[in-house]
Write a protein that binds this ligand. Structure first.
Ligand code: 76U
Length: 468
């Protein structure tokens, strides 16, 4: 038996060396199954180490199943099932899986997805977090309610009642990490034969999500009022997913008649539902807030879906939905064993952030900021592109649609934008069936939450060199 101990080795304990050696001897069958190992005392003397070291090594081998013990007899080698596979020589990560550290230095961005985090009141957020720690420390030691803490749902219910006219009890709110998770779970309660209608152009991540879940997704076209209800009827849809506050991505605010038309469509069958994706309703620049579609619903057929990604930060991952009673019962039956996915500390932080009025103050400040920035960008785009740009100037949300006259294709524009280091999202991303008539023009979603005031001129100049 060959056990070599290096007492000079300062990095590996004696017991570890014994353990490694013994493991090697067992695996290479120098010790055979059921063979008795030397007693601890004998081995300690042989190796000139303490009995303690041997005990620790044996205990570890025992815990991992290399050896077993018989009381008053000693330690024996286990009969170990061997791995039938042989180790592949190449164990490095294949190149296609390798991630590159993407540094978009010197880039400017008209992204509608990001916001300028330097404008977020982190100090106030930290104060709210301190309050959350002081008042809810005990609760952080366990799992919260699967819908999110009731207290937090109460403050969200109050907030959306005040700001959006949403009629709901805190019990109806489900908090989750992102709209996709929530809506995905909701839809999954229904059979795969359920027909889901989405706006076209619309939120492509919904399209992807529903298709991935195995549902037939019906893209429905829009007119100047929003989703076409007659197409919805023709598609025999069960669910319609809409963005009435600020159509994504075209920006249309759905007028009251279309809202009522939509509600009337739903009312024709108790199995029809509307998901109101109210993703950026917090920002209106020239009008007052427009009540949510949910507030007009008298039939419990609208599911209201909200998010803190736009008013606060997209990286927070706090979203929620408000379920009608029947769906809430169904949801609870199906999902009460799912663990709430948002960090409880963040949720209580949000609670104090709202309760202490900081949330509303932030929205007021950001509204002033965005209003000016939006105005500057639109003015500059008009001055730069003249008749070559058509701006869908709807004073709401954090982006607008600008259509540029150009002979370049969407693919070409993307390639040049990359070279010019300007991040832009083009309308084709949101089209489920791009149409031929749009030749000679390219739609760009101009998001204005991320770009800094000081960079606007340069960003528009880059955009101009992309389009020319
Ligand atoms: C969300 C629309 C139309 C919902 C949105 C967004 O998961 O709550 C856009 C893109 O943050 P969540 O998503 C809310 N409905 O635009 C927010 N924007 C998306 C997520 F950041 C990205 O991919 O074009």
């Amino acid at each position: 038996m060959q056990i070599i101990i290096n007492k000079e080795d300062n990095h590996t304990y004696i017991y570890q060396q014994i353990y490694e050696n013994m493991k090697e001897l067992i695996m290479s069958k120098q010790f055979i199954a059921n063979e008795q190992l030397p007693s601890k005392r004998t081995l300690a003397e042989q190796l000139d180490v303490s009995v303690n070291s041997i005990t620790t090594a044996y205990e570890q081998l025992l815990a991992e199943g290399y050896i077993y013990t018989i009381e008053r007899s000693g330690y024996f080698v286990e009969n170990i099932t061997e791995l039938t596979t042989t180790k592949k020589i190449r164990t490095e990560l294949p190149e296609d899986l390798r991630e590159k550290e993407e540094k978009r230095e010197d880039w400017l961005s008209f992204s509608h997805i990001a916001v300028d985090a330097t404008l977020f009141p982190f100090q106030d957020w930290a104060k709210s977090e301190q309050k959350a720690l002081t008042n809810h420390l005990e609760e952080l030691g366990h799992l919260t309610h699967f819908q999110g803490p009731l207290q937090v749902r109460k403050s969200i219910a109050q907030l959306i009642e005040q700001t959006r006219g949403v009629d709901c009890e805190p019990e109806q709110i489900i908090i989750g990490a992102g709209t996709q998770n929530l809506v995905g779970r909701l839809i999954s309660m229904y059979p795969k034969t359920t027909r889901l209608a989405i706006e076209n152009p619309g939120y492509q991540r919904f399209y992807q999500l529903f298709s991935d879940l195995g549902y037939a997704v019906q893209p429905i076209s829009l007119d100047e009022q929003g989703i076409k209800v007659d197409e919805l009827t023709d598609a025999e849809a069960d669910f319609a997913i809409v963005t009435p506050s600020h159509q994504f991505p075209t920006g249309t605010i759905m007028p009251i008649s279309r809202r009522n038309e939509l509600l009337n469509w739903a009312a024709k069958s108790k199995n029809r539902f509307i998901i109101e994706d109210d993703y950026d309703s917090e920002y209106k620049y020239e009008t007052d807030h427009i009540p949510a579609l949910q507030s007009l619903d008298q039939n419990q057929q609208v599911i209201y879906s909200g998010t803190f990604s736009k008013p606060l930060l997209p990286s927070l991952r706090i979203s929620y939905m408000v379920l009608p009673f029947e769906l809430l019962r169904k949801y609870r039956n199906k999902y009460e064993n799912r663990i709430q996915e948002v960090n409880t500390l963040d949720l209580y932080t949000l609670h104090y952030f709202i309760k202490d009025g900081i949330y509303q103050k932030h929205i007021r400040q950001m509204t002033r900021h965005y209003k000016k920035k939006r105005f500057r960008i639109i003015r500059l785009l008009k001055e730069t592109f003249h008749e070559k740009v058509t701006i869908h100037d709807i004073p709401a949300g954090l982006h607008f649609l600008a259509v540029f006259k150009t002979n370049k294709s969407y693919a070409e524009i993307k390639e040049i934008a990359e070279k010019q280091k300007i991040e832009i999202y083009l309308l084709d991303r949101f089209m489920t069936a791009p149409n031929e008539s749009s030749r000679g023009q390219v739609g760009v979603i101009i998001g204005f939450a991320k770009i800094k005031n000081a960079d606007i001129e340069e960003a528009v100049a880059r955009l101009s060199s992309v389009m020319e």
